[in-house]
Design a protein around this ligand. Structure first.
Ligand SMILES: Cc1ncc(C[n+]2csc(CCOP(=O)(O)OP(=O)(O)O)c2C)c(N)n1
Length: 262
């Protein structure tokens, strides 16, 4: 497990709650990065603000822990100033899609050669559980005490529509698939977006009737529908329940990209 070399052990203990899925996603990302044979001096991790955005602090390379929602603006600057660098972003659903939403669509449109890992726990974790743009309809948060009345964003569909070259979604349950998807994202020139659905037992689970951490992981597993199966169901005219989400590689293409190594 050579990817342990990437951990900054002097920063432990970490801030994550017991049962949080973020560590799993960081592990999957580092396992993928470790297979790239990248030089640590040429690899930069960038994040905004949130629990998920604390991830770069636990990694030995240089990193930028920036302002809320602005990870992609900083990452764009870093990559365009020095295209030789490998730039990886950790972000949360609030950081990326609420305050950072505009940066997200434009980074996809520009198709900057960076890889974004979004830990989607469907809530603002760090600030105590406010609803985010991905909080599912009917779910409880401090700002939706009667259940969210809004339709959530599908972050992957957004990234595809805005122009990203590579888009995939997995969960903290699907560790092998997630690791592989991150690796393909790292290898694909242009903007790569990997959404990792994850459990937040403290702020989402407690409010949404998940008594145990595993109940929430189980829900991620049972509500995840493989893209190929979804396509078959549509062909056969079957209904896809509203509370299901699609997992798998959702797009891989070769649009003109910016900041690609020459
Ligand atoms: C300009 C600004 N507005 C609001 C905040 C407060 N704030 C910090 S983290 C956060 C939300 C984090 O949610 P998310 O990005 O989903 O990450 P998580 O903590 O769930 O991983 C907010 C609103 C801030 N730091 N800066």
């Amino acid at each position: 497990m050579t990817y342990e070399d990437w951990f900054r052990k002097d920063r432990l203990p970490h801030i994550y709650c017991a049962g949080c899925g973020n560590g799993t996603i960081i592990n999957c990302t580092l396992a993928a990065i470790d297979q790239m044979n990248w030089n640590k001096d040429e690899t930069v991790f960038i994040s905004g603000i949130g629990c998920s955005s604390r991830a770069p602090g636990y990694i030995v390379t240089d990193s930028l822990h920036t302002t809320h929602g602005r990870a992609l603006a900083f990452a764009t600057g870093v990559k365009l100033a020095n295209p030789k660098l490998n730039v990886v972003i950790f972000t949360g659903d609030g950081d990326l899609a609420a305050i950072g939403g505009n940066h997200f669509i434009h980074a996809c449109r520009r198709n900057i050669d960076i890889t974004v890992i979004c830990m989607n726990n469907q809530i603002y974790g760090m600030t105590g559980g406010q609803g985010s743009p991905t909080t599912p309809k009917g779910c409880f948060s401090t700002t939706t005490p009667y259940g969210s009345a809004e339709s959530p964003f599908d972050l992957c569909e957004l990234a595809i529509a805005a122009g990203a070259n590579y888009v995939a979604r997995w969960t903290s349950y699907h560790v092998k698939e997630l690791e592989k998807a991150v690796k393909v994202g790292l290898e694909t020139p242009g903007f790569s977006f990997i959404e990792a659905m994850t459990q937040c037992p403290t702020n989402f689970g407690r409010r949404n009737k998940f008594k145990e951490v595993l109940d929430q992981v189980e829900a991620l597993k049972t509500h995840a529908l493989l893209k190929a199966k979804r396509d078959r169901m549509i062909e056969q005219g079957e209904n896809i329940p509203d509370d299901f989400f699609i997992i798998g590689e959702l797009i891989r293409r070769n649009r003109p990209a910016m900041g690609v190594k020459t």
